[in-house]
Design a protein around this ligand. Structure first.
Ligand code: SAM
Ligand code: SF4
Length: 334
């Protein structure tokens, strides 16, 4: 097959794709209520991309101009030998940033070797600072372990850790200010995420629990003077500074502040499905392509380039008729 004509990824709406979110497993040791059902069926192991396949897919994207890769899942740190994958991706010429999103359960054990393997940044998900509530939200997690992980990761050398918090009305909206104070005290950035309607989650009525980024900013504005920042992280968050503090507050607002026009991202699921948009089912099967021609990076590159026309103009999370996404977030790679 002929090699691709250009070395960049541009979709049908002229958007340049430079950011890959790569799911390394759909499995997880938590069962967060907004992400998974209590009883989950996971993909059989042979259907998950191997570490070699994950590295090859990453190479294909980086050779096509992707400069940022985020490893995610499921819980990426329960994937065996994740450090080897980090090492192999981190050394790809042209990659500027390799990051990872984790629930923090295994991070204290792995942070030093991840840092040495070349991981640049870590996001830790943390929705509450109350141990009993943490258990309720994650169903299995231990808050003390996660808090300790953050400390260990900082001393391992990760000095720009970001906290991700999904805020839900009646569940943890009373902790917006506490999470802000915690982040300031520990010199961490903090991003608030609006819940997205992925998967058929039995536990909650999503509309009733929804709280917008603007409402969260109103809470923060009670004690902080917020100034919006033009800074971008390469992701969908909008940032604000609190006067007198270094902490940046980010807001990811798929419902209330549509960011599709500047979307630069695609996702690859743990099974190797290239998803062009989180809120849409358009995809191609990279696993089939790479298993048909093992080790051939050019065949992957051509398929990825051809898939760009499938990237939709925008998601339709606010349109009840159109939202029929039954993927769970862990399967998608959040
Ligand atoms: N297990 C890792 C973690 O929790 O950080 C990485 C994967 S998780 C799917 C990535 C992020 O997606 C987490 O910050 C999580 O809070 C968020 N998330 C999961 N389900 C979500 C949903 N329905 N809406 C918005 N964010 C969600
Ligand atoms: Fe696991 Fe992350 Fe989903 Fe929670 S949000 S269940 S930690 S994958």
């Amino acid at each position: 097959m002929a090699a691709p004509k250009t070395n960049v990824l541009v979709d049908g709406f002229g958007r340049r794709v430079s950011y890959l979110r790569l799911s390394v497993t759909d499995r997880c040791d938590f069962r967060c209520v907004y992400c998974m059902a209590e009883e989950m069926t996971f993909v059989p192991r042979k259907e998950i991309l191997s570490l070699e396949e994950l590295a090859l897919v990453s190479q294909a994207f980086v050779e096509l101009g992707v400069t940022k890769i985020r490893l995610t899942g499921g819980e990426p740190l329960i994937r065996k030998d994740i450090q080897t994958l980090v090492k192999n991706i981190a050394k790809l010429p042209g990659l500027e940033e390799l990051t990872l999103t984790t629930n923090g359960s295994q991070l204290s054990r792995l942070a030093p070797s991840l840092f040495q393997s070349g991981l640049n940044r870590i996001n830790v998900s943390l929705d509450t600072l109350k141990a009993d509530r943490f258990k309720e939200i994650t169903r299995t997690g231990d808050l003390a372990k996660v808090l300790n992980s953050i400390k260990v990761a900082k001393s391992a050398g990760f000095n720009n850790i970001k906290i991700n918090s999904v805020i839900l009305k009646g569940r943890n909206d009373d902790e917006i200010l506490d999470l802000a104070r915690f982040s300031i005290r520990n010199n961490l950035d903090l991003t608030f995420i609006e819940e997205m309607p992925l998967g058929l989650i039995d536990e909650q009525q999503r509309d009733e629990r929804f709280i917008s980024s603007a409402e969260i900013r109103e809470h923060l504005a009670r004690i902080y003077k917020l100034t919006s920042s033009s800074e971008k992280s390469g992701g969908p968050a909008r940032y604000y500074f609190a006067e007198g503090h270094d902490t940046r507050f980010g807001f990811i607002s798929p419902h209330s502040e549509n960011f599709c026009s500047s979307c630069n991202r695609v996702r690859v699921t743990a099974e190797g499905r290239l998803l062009l948009c989180l809120g849409n089912e358009n995809s191609i099967d990279l696993r089939a392509i790479t298993r048909n021609k093992p080790g051939d990076v050019d065949v992957l590159k051509e398929a990825i380039q051809n898939a760009m026309v499938l990237k939709p103009e925008q998601h339709h999370f606010n349109d009840a008729e159109q939202v029929k996404i039954v993927r769970f977030m862990n399967a998608t790679g959040g």
